[in-house]
Design a protein around this ligand. Structure first.
Ligand SMILES: [Zn+2]
Length: 398
């Protein structure tokens, strides 16, 4: 939302400044003449605002365009995405992923720090240490804030974690706890699967795709839904509980209280437990790498179990395809280490269980960002919010 500072010329200039910033960023490079034509603005107005944005470091003059036609060649101006940076953080039960990104959410640096216990104290300490190290390289004055992804339910105002079974957290005001320790005005919180979906939209397979579904298959199963370039959040920010779509009402009991949810068939703890019993292998020896090796060695037991997994995923995805008509479904998470075995099964099931016209238009893809989609998306959330909320006047005074 643009916060009008006044009326008349000041407000008009604020609106023009925001529009020009957005267009230069979106086009990456353009010229003052092109901007004036495209936005139907007076050349002097464009010149004044572009000069201000150059002075503030968001835009740079990069010289004249090579053209074959006669006449004055326009000077090209280019968006400077590294003028500001943000830190995206993704918490899980055993590791915290970090991405320092530019204003396109393009990572300048990515790293992961293992943690023993994901207590709020450990998390705050680890983020503080990471930030201390990062600000040796990147000036804190140019940081717009931090985005944080949490595997769990966040309150509607996105200030605290209501419940996270993966972290074993209940009612944790994590933003306040972080702000007690670090000097940062802007810290945003969101569900990590929703953030991974934003990560794919800004910097992954979903870039430029208006309608897509992101699915994460790990200990739990969740999905993010992008419809007409917008993330569907739902009334209580809880849309996307793909893991609790019931596949077999006579199946195992799920943590949600129902029976036979998708998660009880394709969640890693359930797969590991089934395979441990079927193959008489101690559960601690079963990992995704073990499963991939067994598939390659044509282990029938493992292959038939994973076939059941692929069919359950394909069936549940076909329901979303029928409802939302996506162009693409992006599969991410540790289970996708077995993607080359699972994908043909999932695709076959999608083709048999969804409306054929919709299935034909849909492409199944594996994420290229694993395991960083969540922290890149956390950075994207921060950028999106900063660009929405910062007063256009701040674009040139900061
Ligand atoms: Zn469930």
């Amino acid at each position: 939302m643009i916060e009008p500072r006044g009326r008349g010329p000041t407000l008009a200039k604020d609106i023009n400044r925001r529009t020009i910033y957005n267009v230069i960023k979106q086009k990456r490079s353009t010229s003052r003449i092109e901007l004036a034509k495209m936005l139907k603005l007076n050349k002097n107005t464009v010149n004044t605002i572009v000069d201000e944005l150059i002075h503030a470091g968001f835009v740079q003059d990069i010289g004249q365009k090579k053209t074959t036609s006669a006449g004055r060649k326009p000077t090209i101006i280019e968006f400077q995405a590294k003028n500001k940076w943000t830190l995206g953080v993704h918490l899980s039960s055993s590791v915290i992923h970090f991405a320092v990104t530019d204003l396109y959410a393009q990572p300048l640096e990515k790293f992961s720090i293992p943690i023993e216990q994901p207590t709020p104290e450990t998390v705050v300490f680890t983020i503080k240490s990471a930030l201390d190290r990062i600000t040796n390289t990147y000036s804190q004055d140019h940081c717009i804030g931090i985005g944080i992804g949490i595997p769990g339910l966040i309150n509607k105002n996105r200030t605290h974690v209501i419940q996270s079974s993966h972290l074993d957290w209940m009612d944790v005001p994590i933003i306040q706890e972080l702000q007690n320790e670090i000097q940062m005005d802007y810290i945003l919180l969101d569900n990590s699967v929703k953030l991974a979906t934003l990560g794919e939209m800004w910097y992954g397979m979903g870039h430029g795709v208006s309608n897509f579904i992101y699915c994460n298959f790990g200990n739990g199963v969740g999905c993010g839904l992008i419809s007409d370039n917008k993330l569907i959040r739902g009334e209580t920010n809880a849309a996307g509980e793909l893991g609790h779509v019931i596949i077999d009402s006579h199946g195992p009991k799920c943590i949600c209280g129902n029976y036979g949810c998708l998660e009880t068939i394709v969640g890693l703890p359930y797969i590991f437990e089934r395979l441990s019993k079927k193959a008489a292998v101690p559960i601690e020896n079963i990992t995704m790498d073990w499963i991939v090796d067994q598939i390659a060695a044509n282990n029938d037991l493992v292959q038939s179990d994973l076939e059941q997994v692929g069919n359950a995923i394909g069936h549940s995805l076909s329901q979303i395809i029928n409802l939302l008509n996506p162009k693409m479904i992006i599969c991410d998470g540790p289970l996708m280490k077995a993607a080359s075995f699972l994908f043909p099964i999932i695709e076959r099931k999608i083709n048999s269980d969804s409306v054929s016209l919709l299935a034909k238009e849909m492409k199944l893809e594996r994420s290229q960002l694993y395991p960083m989609a969540g922290c890149i998306g956390a950075a994207a959330l921060m950028i999106e919010s900063w660009e929405d909320e910062v007063n256009p006047n701040d674009l040139i005074t900061v």
